[in-house]
Structures are given as C-alpha cells and as structure tokens.
Design a protein around this ligand. Structure first.
Ligand SMILES: NC(=O)c1ccc[n+]([C@@H]2O[C@H](COP(=O)([O-])OP(=O)(O)OC[C@H]3O[C@@H](n4cnc5c(N)ncnc54)[C@H](O)[C@@H]3O)[C@@H](O)[C@H]2O)c1
Length: 424
C-alpha cells in the first residue's frame, strides 16, 4: 500500500514520518514550497520531528501533484481555522480535497485528520472528491476520519503513545484503516461506529477543555475581587478525589480556542444556539485584556505613570516552549496596554519575529535589551526564560516593580517586600 499525507504541519509531518518507517514509498505533500524546502533540508520549524529523525526518514517530500498519482491511502491534515466572525473556514480542506480528487484512483481510501464538525467528511469533502475525480464515493473509493490528538511540545503524549480514534464509511474500509494505523500507534486504535461520531468526539475533547479553563478563568475573576489567590484555592480543592485539575490562563492556539466554534456553528445551523459553550469562549477571549487592565490598575495605585512605565511582556507564543503563535491571546495584552498609551517591550525566545510583525503588528525586542523594568508581565513561562526563577526576577524586575504572573509560576513570597505580585 502506498500512503500519501496531504499537509505537513504539526499534525501531518509526524504522521507521515511514522508511516514512512513502515510503508516504503510514503509521500508527504504540501502546497507551501518553503515548508517543503525546509523539510527536505532536514529542518522542521514546528519542532515536532527532530533533525536526525527527518534526515533518516524515507519520507518522500514534495509539492508536485504528479508524485501522488499512485497513492492508495490518503491522509489529509490541512488547517481548519475560523474567519474573523468565528465561522469555520473550510477553504484548505476544499483545496486539499480537489488535490486528492485529481489523482484519486479506484479502490483508494481517503482519511481526514483535520478537526471538523460532524458531517464535513461525508457531506463536504466526499462530494468534492467525487466531482473532481469522476468516481463514486462508497463504491470506487471510500472515506475515513481519524482525529489527531497530538499536543505540540509534549514529549510524553506523542502520536505513537495516544490511542487513535478511527472510523470508516463501511466495515471493510474501517478494517483497513484500523490495521493501517495500528502499524504506527503503539497505544492501539478505537473504532468509532461512524465517521460522524469520530468527528464529534474530537471536537468535544477540545470544547470540554476550553470550558473547563473558562470556569477557572471566571473563578479567578471572582477570587481576584475577593483578594484570594486562585492557585491556593485550587491546591486546596484538588485534594478532593474528583476535583478536576484545570487552571486559569490565556486560551490560544490552533485548536482549543477554535474547535468549539466548529461545533457551535454546526449547532446554530440546526437551529440550536449553544449558550454554555459560547459563554466559555467569551470569557477565555477576554482574559488578555483583563490581565492588561489589572496591570494598569496596579501601576496607577503604585503611582507609576502608565504612559511612561517600562513594561516588558515575556512570551508571546500560544503556550510554553513552542514556536507556534497562532491565535495567541498575548497580543491582546500588548494592544490593550498600547490603547492606554503604554508601549511595552515584548520578548520571546521561540517566536519568529517576522511572523509576529506580520500577524500582530508587534515588534519583538532582543532579551538583552530589557534593562530593569517597572512591570514584568510573564505571559508565557518558557523554560528558556524562567529556568532560573531567582535570576529572572533579579535581572528584569526593579526592586519596587510589579510582577504580573499570568500562570502563577512564582509564589508571592519569592518577591522582595517592595515588589508587587499579581496573578490570575
Ligand atoms: N496542531 C495541533 O496540535 C493539532 C492537534 C490536533 C488536531 N489538529 C488539527 O489538525 C489539522 C492540521 O493542523 P496543523 O496544526 O498540523 O496545521 P499546520 O498549519 O501546522 O499544517 C498544515 C499544513 O497544511 C499545508 N496545507 C494547507 N493547505 C494545503 C493544501 N490544500 N494542500 C496541501 N497542503 C496544504 C500547510 O502549508 C501546512 O504546512 C487542523 O484541523 C487542526 O485543527 C491540530
């Protein structure tokens, strides 16, 4: 069997490299020519596959359609973003389906891994494959769906170590899909009874996480008014056996802040207006501005003029120790501060300055240009920043400065008496 993976990003590349170990002639296809070039040179800017693993891999990497002509088993892992109105943008899925349709041959299986709402694989992608190939879905070729659960930067929950949900259009193709994925997934596969069930399972995994974090964020707003430290409350509550361990924070990235909209849009099209899910989204999307406003309130109380304060925002990626800045909520902090006349310096050892400039109109500063700051906003606690916590504070925070510790990495007792501590 010849496997072809369409879209070589955070999800597609590890899948393609894993299959290339088991199936000769596995092909990785991406429309982004510069991405293809970097991968061919043995470098993965997503840092999901090491240089050594990429160089040793037999994966054939290409952006040429003709190289896909003999593929029997397609895996599609292209982005599924939302537009500015939070409506699912299926354009990349459409384009990838057209690509596959052009080279689709009888007997092939097309498995989608992109996160979608129930029905997209069969009602949206299937017909595009049919129209482009002239073949009949369910007869000449079959569909499958297998959601991805990787967690970028997490070396424990890797592709091979997480149970993979698989589904197929009929029993025969499900059997092939399950057997094929079983060759690379040590943790085993779970056969969902239908493609729609598998699609729904993925989208609710991230919706549940989004809502749990939203609850923690709302609790942190309440405890802030009460003058109680949320981290202390959670430490106490977590001693109960069934208290779930979630923490307040900025919810960004490509998945958790986006996927719930796939579900809510699909629900709205059916006439149901989700309340709980969208309330969670609103709270999580408002946290960046809230952090900035709290920082400025403390500045005013300490008689530090907001427009002249030396403020540093540390970390702009959507989470720790990775270069991914998609849908990061840290720019909300920076823009809110700027709206009040404050010009913070922004530092990040992992983010690509060009991408940040283009996407968020924010210029990153080199870390060695900081000096001592009135306000340190530790937004993303990269190990490279706070490997040595004591050094971090003594290097960047003035003896009477303010530490805005978004993720509660420090304990207030770690600060000097004249310094002020605040966290979510
Ligand atoms: N990143 C994650 O942690 C994660 C985890 C689980 C699921 N997902 C889901 O997996 C899907 C892919 O996410 P990702 O993070 O890998 O995205 P990504 O942006 O890192 O990678 C997608 C790749 O697809 C390529 N691409 C776009 N359109 C294409 C086309 N028409 N043909 C071929 N290649 C094309 C892009 O150039 C890019 O290299 C999304 O639906 C996402 O929600 C992501």
């Amino acid at each position: 069997m010849k496997i072809g993976v369409i879209g070589l990003g955070y999800v597609g590349l590890p899948v393609a490299v894993a299959f290339a170990k088991k199936f000769d002639g596995t092909i990785g296809f991406d429309v982004n020519v510069s991405r293809v070039e970097e991968l061919k040179n043995g470098f993965d800017s997503c840092r999901e596959v090491s240089e050594a693993a990429l160089q040793q891999s037999n994966l054939f990497i290409t952006s040429e359609l003709k190289d896909l002509s003999n593929v029997d088993f397609f895996i599609v892992a292209v982005p599924t973003p939302v537009d500015e109105n939070h409506t699912p943008d299926l354009t990349p899925l459409q384009a990838a389906s057209v690509t596959v349709g052009k080279v689709l041959k009888k007997g092939a299986i097309v498995v989608y891994e992109s996160t979608v709402y129930p029905g997209v694989t069969e009602d949206f992608c299937g017909p595009i494959l049919e129209r482009t190939s002239g073949l009949t879905c369910g007869e000449d070729f079959t569909l499958g769906y297998s959601p991805e659960r990787i967690n970028p930067g997490d070396t424990e929950h890797t592709l091979e170590n997480i149970v993979k949900v698989v589904s197929g259009q009929d029993d025969e193709c499900l059997k092939t899909i399950a057997e094929t994925y079983s060759t690379i997934i040590k943790a085993g596969v779970h056969k969902a009874p239908s493609i729609r069930v598998a699609e729904a399972a993925k989208v609710i995994e991230n919706t549940q996480r989004d809502l749990n974090i939203a609850l923690m964020n709302e609790l942190s707003l309440i405890f802030d008014m009460m003058g109680i430290r949320t981290k202390d409350v959670l430490a106490a509550a977590s001693t109960k056996w069934n208290f779930l361990k979630f923490f307040p924070g900025l919810v960004g990235g490509h998945c958790i802040g986006v996927d719930p909209y796939y579900l809510t849009t699909a629900a709205e099209r059916l006439g149901y207006h989700p309340e709980v899910i969208l309330a969670g989204r609103r709270i999580n999307d408002s946290m960046g501005r809230y952090v900035a406003q709290r920082a400025m309130k403390i500045m005013v109380k300490k008689e530090i003029p907001v427009s002249q304060a030396q403020v540093g925002v540390f970390g702009i990626t959507f989470k720790e120790n990775i270069p991914d800045t998609r849908n990061s909520r840290v720019p909300d902090i920076v823009h809110e501060l700027a709206d009040f006349g404050c010009s913070p310096l922004v530092f990040d050892p992992h983010a690509n300055p060009k991408e940040i400039e283009e996407e968020y109109k924010i210029s990153l500063s080199p870390l060695d240009s900081t000096g001592m700051l009135d306000v340190v906003i530790l937004a993303v606690a990269h190990d490279a920043l706070i490997g040595d916590k004591g050094e971090f504070l003594s290097k960047y925070l003035k003896p009477d400065g303010i530490l805005i510790d978004v993720k509660s990495v420090f304990h207030p007792s770690e600060l000097q008496p004249e310094q002020t501590y605040w966290s979510l």
